[in-house]
Design a protein around this ligand. Structure first.
Ligand SMILES: Nc1ncnc2c1ncn2[C@@H]1O[C@H](COP(=O)(O)OP(=O)(O)OP(=O)(O)O)[C@@H](O)[C@H]1O
Ligand SMILES: [Mg+2]
Length: 512
């Protein structure tokens, strides 16, 4: 036994000697070629630069290994990096160090090889002085078993890490379609908006529905594939100014960790420019068009204008496909519909479109139909449940603190007051150092608004009565009711349009 151990030790010593000899005499590339000839292993080289292009796989492997390193202790030395637009520090393998990884019960070894690049007399593009690459070693018998799936897994994992580490970006389309130094039509800044679903004041049930819908969307790639639908989703946020539409978009982006493309439609000069902008957006992003009713004259189909009176003012409402956008701009409604729903809308996949408006009743029903707008989200005035969220966030009130008479009175008047979360926030911020004062001032504010609204409603009611346009269960109709009714009509038109489209399709199919 002793003899056997001595023999084994000397054999290992000889092997170690040969390996260190090889390492010191031969550069890593030659070592690699030598071993390749006689080994039971397959070796794959992944260089940092592939010809003149950066090799995406190299970056992916580097990121992937950076996450494995934190759980593996195989590497002796680690390099630390912090990428542009990133707040996170990542670990990396140092030069010529190696690490063991396991995938589907197969063990592989990664080695990071760095050599000096030979000086070039002429090059199309300046190359780094060092030549970097990873060598992947897999047993020949395992190669076909895992190679493709392993590399796919690494790419996927790396994208995930990148998204987690990187600060997200807020893009906006550059003025008049000009391109930046990299030929992109979007300019970006780091996205730092602090709004989250926790800070957003709205009905908790509605909020949960939206969060579930978003989560469902991100997890259901296979569902979209199976049903032949483009992997995208559209939301329309509508409601008066200051009810949290922009805050909701920021909360969505923070929740999903998506970038935002804020599209300034008035800067887009044609449908084809719009399409190009869309092509240059990345996956896992939210494409936003704010105030869609103001951005461009896309809203009213001229041939079907319907007069309607609101608060004594005669306005025109109705719908129609306006192909002339006015003000010399040639982005048309059909261009916009194609942008959200056409063949181009799915390039890149996993995209969310969000439109906002203060006047849903002005929008063309074609824009609202599901498939384009999958969820219509009513961002309305503060209700008591949403007010409670603001009281908690701004003043630290918990549910059990809200039982005394003041809060009961607040609950009674808040709906009548029709106050926006923005106005409540302002009032609370002003007095945030004195909770009691903040609450009593809020109550005073709510009471006076409620009284004012009641007076307004009386005037409105009398006017309607005089014009013989009174409707409603008890014969009364308030300003708020009228606005809601207009919104309802807009939604009904959208549903009617959708049904008509379905029927048309059924007729078309049966004719075929
Ligand atoms: N639902 C809300 N929850 C929390 N804060 C809100 C909410 N709505 C508004 N606020 C506060 O009011 C400010 C303005 O809100 P925001 O810009 O999101 O409103 P908006 O609906 O987009 O208004 P507009 O129609 O004028 O664009 C926000 O910075 C935020 O502090
Ligand atoms: Mg806004």
């Amino acid at each position: 036994m002793k003899e056997y151990l001595t023999y084994l030790a000397s054999l290992l010593g000889v092997l170690a000697f040969f390996q260190s000899l090889m390492n010191s005499i031969f550069p890593p590339e030659l070592r690699f070629a030598f071993f390749k000839l006689f080994s039971t292993y397959s070796y794959f080289e992944i260089t940092e630069i592939d010809g003149v292009n950066t090799n995406e796989l190299y970056n992916a492997v580097q990121l992937y290994l950076s996450s494995s390193i934190s759980i593996s202790v195989a590497a002796n030395r680690l390099s630390l990096t912090r990428a542009v637009n990133s707040s996170a520090i990542t670990f990396g393998l140092s030069n010529n160090d190696s690490i063991v990884d396991t995938f589907n019960a197969v063990t592989v070894v990664w080695e990071h090889i760095v050599t000096q690049r030979q000086t070039q007399t002429f090059a199309w593009r300046a190359m780094p002085e060092e030549k970097r690459g990873f060598t992947l070693r897999i047993k020949k018998k395992d190669k076909n078993l895992i190679l493709n799936s392993y590399l796919d897994y690494i790419m996927e994992k790396a994208n995930e890490i990148r998204r987690k580490n990187q600060d997200r970006l807020l893009y906006t389309n550059s003025k008049s379609g000009s391109l930046d130094s990299r030929g992109l039509p979007w300019e970006s800044v780091p996205f730092k908006h602090p709004s989250t679903f926790d800070t957003l004041a709205m009905d908790p049930f509605k909020k949960q529905q939206i969060m579930d819908d978003l989560t469902d969307f991100t997890k259901c790639q296979s569902f979209y594939k199976k049903t032949g639908r483009a992997w995208k989703r559209g939301y329309l946020l509508y409601g008066p100014p200051g009810t949290g539409k922009s805050s909701m978009i920021a909360a969505m982006a923070n929740y999903l960790r998506y970038d935002i493309y804020d599209l300034e439609l008035t800067e887009v000069k044609s449908n084809s420019e719009l399409r190009k902008l869309l092509m240059k957006t990345s996956s896992k992003s939210i494409i936003v068009i704010e105030d869609i009713d103001c951005s461009i004259n896309l809203t009213i189909r001229k041939k079907m204008q319907i007069p309607c009176s609101y608060n004594g003012l005669e306005t025109l409402t109705g719908f129609g496909l306006s192909e002339d956008s006015g003000n010399g701009n040639t982005v048309t409604l059909s261009g916009l519909l194609n942008f959200t729903d056409g063949l181009w809308s799915c390039c890149g996949s996993e995209k969310i479109f969000v439109f906002t408006t203060n006047h849903i009743e002005k929008l063309d029903p074609a824009l609202l139909r599901s498939g384009r707008m999958d969820m219509l989200i009513d961002m309305s005035y503060c209700t008591f449940p949403s007010l409670k969220i603001l009281l908690k966030n701004y003043l630290g009130y918990e549910e059990e603190d809200l039982n005394d008479d003041v809060f009961k009175e607040i609950e009674e008047v808040v709906d009548k007051a029709e106050i926006t979360p923005a106005d409540v926030s302002e009032s609370l911020i002003k007095n945030r150092r004195d909770r009691e004062r903040a609450v009593s001032e809020l109550l005073r504010n709510l009471r006076s608004r409620a009284e004012f609204n009641e007076e307004e409603d009386d005037i409105f009611y009398n006017k309607k009565k005089k014009n013989g346009k009174l409707r409603g269960q008890n014969g009364s109709l308030t300003v708020a009711d009228d606005v809601k009714e207009q919104e309802k009509r807009a939604l009904n038109r959208a549903y009617a349009e959708e049904n008509k489209e379905k029927e048309d399709n059924i007729c078309k199919n049966s004719e075929d």
